[in-house]
Design a protein around this ligand. Structure first.
Ligand code: GAL
Length: 347
């Protein structure tokens, strides 16, 4: 066979191996964009705007740390995703958060007062001690986002040590794994692991969603949840009047057992339930870690659970695990593994 034909055949084989599954989800498999390139958007957050879905995440093409920035993909059907490029390239961030610095778990929401799209992210230095929120805004969902500020939302001192490497006494509680949630009344909240990851915080944002509502008063506009329980990877959602929050344990890139909690008031009390995962590998969240829960349009009580299956030796090859989440009549839910599935499960 001549070299040209061989090259052509290997090109076709590579293209079909990397092709997106157009009408179904295949959790844990390589998921390619509409150009046939594997999607690079880890720790996903989804924004719904103008009849489209926008998927933001960490671009780990070059491996660990913030070597490229925050990527954005768009879709109208949730199966096929077009690469919209970097919404927040690393060059747009303060220098210490580029390259060996950390920018993780970006989430984007729309602010109706400023008419801007607002991105929150976890910013850190290489030793994970800066542990703060980063905030960037844009007038388009695809960006480019402009970096606005770095902060720790809550300054209360819970008896931090003078030699705390995270400097919480001076700078406030650490801000690491995070998510955003916009409530039915238009108020937005940041959920994040604080106090050196020991305690989860929920903090109401200001009118422009670019900082905490001030003054911050516990029980009024922010709260400490699961005190000392070391939960992270928060994925909040709401059904009816009830709030749900899926979290993971704190074991870095290694998977652990998820659990979920429920509340009638977003500031608590939150009641911790069990691990929602059932079946083989449930104790490891099917080798994945929660990142987001997306309500399915027009199907009350139906959601998509999104998680990252980290490949700690080759982070760029970490995979996406999306599974259906359906609230049962008793208001509980379970997550079951599926090799493949599509949106018809929500009929
Ligand atoms: C996990 C966290 C990830 C990332 C990782 C680094 O616990 O959920 O977002 O920070 O640690 O080891």
């Amino acid at each position: 066979m001549n070299t040209r034909i061989l090259l052509f055949i290997s090109f076709i084989m590579a293209a079909s191996a990397a092709r997106a599954a157009d009408g179904e989800f295949r959790p844990g498999e390589v998921w390619s964009d509409t150009d046939g390139t594997p999607i690079q958007a880890h720790s996903a957050g989804i924004l719904v705007s103008g009849g489209k879905y926008f998927w933001f995440g960490e671009d780990k093409t070059l491996g660990d740390r913030n070597r490229r920035g925050i990527s954005c993909y768009s879709s109208t059907d949730l199966y096929n995703w077009k690469n919209e490029g970097l919404a927040l390239p690393k060059e747009a961030m303060p220098e210490k958060f580029r390259d060996w610095g950390i920018v993780e778990r970006p989430k984007v929401i729309f602010n109706p007062h400023s008419h801007r799209f607002v991105m929150w992210m976890h910013l850190d230095d290489s030793g994970y001690h800066a542990a703060s929120a980063g905030i960037a805004t844009s007038d388009k969902p695809t960006g480019p986002f402009t970096f606005a500020k770095q902060l720790r939302p809550i300054g209360d001192d819970f008896g931090y040590k003078d030699d705390d490497p995270n400097k919480q006494k001076q700078l406030g509680g650490t801000y690491r794994d995070m998510n955003l949630f916009v409530d039915d009344d238009g108020k937005a909240y940041a959920f994040y692991s604080s106090e050196g990851n020991a305690t989860m915080y929920v903090v109401c944002l200001d009118d422009n969603f670019t900082g905490p509502e001030t003054p911050a008063v516990p029980g009024k506009n922010w709260a400490r949840l699961f005190v000392g329980k070391f939960r992270e990877a928060p994925a909040p959602f709401k059904f009816g009047k009830r709030y749900y929050l899926i979290t993971s344990g704190c074991t870095g890139w290694s998977p652990n057992a998820a659990n979920y909690a429920v509340a009638d008031n977003i500031l608590g009390p939150w009641e911790t339930k069990t691990n929602p995962c059932v079946g083989p590998d449930a104790e490891k969240t099917f080798h994945a870690q929660s990142t987001f829960v997306l309500p399915v349009a027009g199907k009350p009580g139906s959601f998509i659970f999104m998680a990252d299956r980290w490949n700690k030796d080759k982070l760029e090859d970490s995979r996406y695990v999306w599974l259906p989440l359906i609230i049962k009549p008793d208001r509980s839910f379970t997550l079951e593994w599926r090799d493949k599935w599509d949106l018809s499960v929500f009929q």
